[in-house]
Unconditional design. Structure first.
Lengths: 343, 343
DNA sequence: GTTAGCACTCTAAAGTCGTGAGTGCTATTC
DNA sequence: GAATAGCACTCACGACTTTAGAGTGCTAAC
């Protein structure tokens, strides 16, 4: 690795990164020498900067401009970030008060959270609702609550509940529903809810279902009960990104927005984040969002009372205020977890 | 009114509007004379254009550029649009096939619709889910479906149904729930669902509820049952608007996005549209979205099987291809209505 | 190893200028 | 009197040049 950096080199790199984060402009040797109280002349700094460039940590847009940190530099910077700015009291207050503004149901809370993240960070806030379908299936129950209306209650092994109201084409009797439940409970033990659904779809296509009308009816309802709801994603503060000078031209912006419209991409990216605990940071191409867009992503998991896992975070330019955003994301995730487990 | 226009003036105005819609550039007198097969010299056209400018139908960005239609001109143009381009077979096919892609539930369909609108029009598609709370309350019923779980079924006078699952802090008995239902059904007759909610909130605050614990319990659940779900809005194709040359600079774009983020504004605007039947068109400041943003809105209502009303449409620049978008919106609204009433 | 000095490079901003599209006015034609 | 041809005038836009200044790399001195 490239941790082969002298103390001084690291300090200078840090100074450059921070300067660039603050100003969005290439930073020159004399600027570093001045700002950075270390009594060094610009010439010395220049030498060091030349080294750093050789190591792939800096680039210059052209000969007579200052230098810009590369992704590698951000990575190094973030990894060595020791002094994380604490979440200020005011910010804590805001996060908590926003959390309290319990919207309507889970979606409401999460949307509000997304907005809070955006407001505090000044970048985009993003929240993904806890997904249920990756959990292991434990139990399902169908309740007839009216003509052609069935309530399905699905329980995962982690104890998470999901209720779904199903409207059917024809009527199902209570006993039939109980039988259906028993059938599934017996047969699907140990599979994840996703797998259960696949299994059902398979059976629906099988020969047996063609002839056994009763079975076909049962499968039809069951499939609806375990069907995945589209992952809910809440992105707020999209306008804020326009404040960033690097996105002020239409071409780049368009790229970003388009990337977001295919939410599939995001989901894929973010499901990665769900696996690990704590705050996760993806810089530039590490996000695999769009090679050129130059966005970074800071995320963390949160959990609900039923142990399902969701994801929240902030999307901003690579040149993002990591030191302040990281603790915000961290704290918010904790608060949301707490809030959701209380309920 | 300004319908005091000679045939020729109107033809020229129309030519200018269409040219400008096509090219986004100021159109000059000679361009009109050429394009517009009418055998007129540019000089004559110039005279007419000078008149139109005086009447507030055209402006010139500067002395030696062509002229641009004002909002007033668009209005006139749209109002006098006789020859609406028909929806092509291909477009019909797309609309229908998208409709068939029934997503998960109502939200799924509407989201898909929004996307379709965006794709066909090349502007932004927008759909607002049918709102329920403006309907007149007819009947409510609470069903106990488990410990601390109650299903509320709400029926409006138009026959629309809304089911809501309520999780409570403590347990409610079946008889208590029936009594609660009867109480509300008797007392709230004739009010809209919105009013019912207000009424309940009022009673909750009243002295009586302070002392009558049973009543307080009842009101608490009832309130949840009739609470409005945040209006669901689906906006798709936000990236597309970046294709429009007039929005290529960051400032204007930001305005637009910000306007959309306060969905409240949109809802307000769009609830106006719901009142009237057929396609509605709002041009520029008529949208009251943001004075300067220069966006237009073409909308139409759709209805569900239960007679609740939703809204769909297209948002684009004032310089929008009205003649092709209007029929698309119209046709889509019809199709969605049809689809939703079949189900 | 550090620093001062200096020549060199290259961009961004400011100025210059010609071009051409488009206008408004007037004299002329039908 | 409406339509047109002609013409002088205006003004943004693009191409080009110039200038200023920020920043670099190198070398020689400390």
């Amino acid at each position: 690795m490239d941790i082969e950096l002298s103390l001084r080199s690291r300090q200078i790199l840090e100074a450059i990164v921070e300067d660039y984060i603050a100003t969005a402009e290439p930073v020159g040797s004399s600027a570093v020498a001045r700002r950075h109280a270390l009594t060094l002349s610009s010439a010395t700094v220049r030498n060091v900067m030349a080294n750093l460039e050789e190591m792939g940590l800096l680039t210059s847009p052209h000969t007579s401009a200052g230098r810009i940190p590369t992704e590698k530099a951000y990575r190094l910077y973030v990894d060595s970030l020791v002094a994380l700015r604490q979440v200020s009291r005011e910010e804590k207050r805001q996060i908590i008060s926003h959390c309290r503004k319990v919207g309507v149901g889970l979606s409401g809370i999460l949307k509000e959270t997304s907005r809070t993240l955006s407001q505090l960070s000044n970048y985009m806030g993003i929240v993904i609702a806890p997904s249920f379908t990756a959990d292991v299936f434990r139990h399902i129950e169908f309740i007839r609550i009216g003509q052609r209306k069935i309530l399905a209650i699905l329980v995962s092994s982690k104890g998470a509940l999901q209720n779904r109201l199903i409207e059917t084409d024809d009527d199902y009797g209570s006993e039939e529903l109980i039988r259906m439940g028993n059938y599934l409970n017996e047969k699907m033990q140990g599979l994840t809810i996703n797998q259960v659904r696949e299994q059902i779809l398979e059976e629906m296509a099988s020969e047996k279902a063609q002839y056994d009308k009763l079975l076909a009816r049962a499968l039809k309802i069951s499939e609806q009960a375990v069907r995945a709801e589209g992952e809910e994603i809440f992105i707020e503060g999209q306008a804020r990104i326009l404040d960033q000078p690097e996105f002020s031209d239409a071409g780049r912006m368009k790229e970003i927005y388009q990337a977001f419209e295919q939410k599939g991409l995001l989901v894929q990216l973010l499901s990665r984040c769900m696996k690990a605990d704590g705050v996760q940071i993806y810089i530039g191409t590490e996000t695999s969002l769009s090679q050129s867009a130059g966005v970074s992503l800071i995320t963390s998991r949160f959990v609900t009372s039923s142990n399902t896992v969701g994801m929240l975070g902030v999307i901003g330019p690579t040149r993002m205020g990591y030191s302040s955003v990281i603790p915000i994301v961290d704290y918010t995730a904790r608060m949301v977890s707490k809030l959701l487990s209380e309920v």
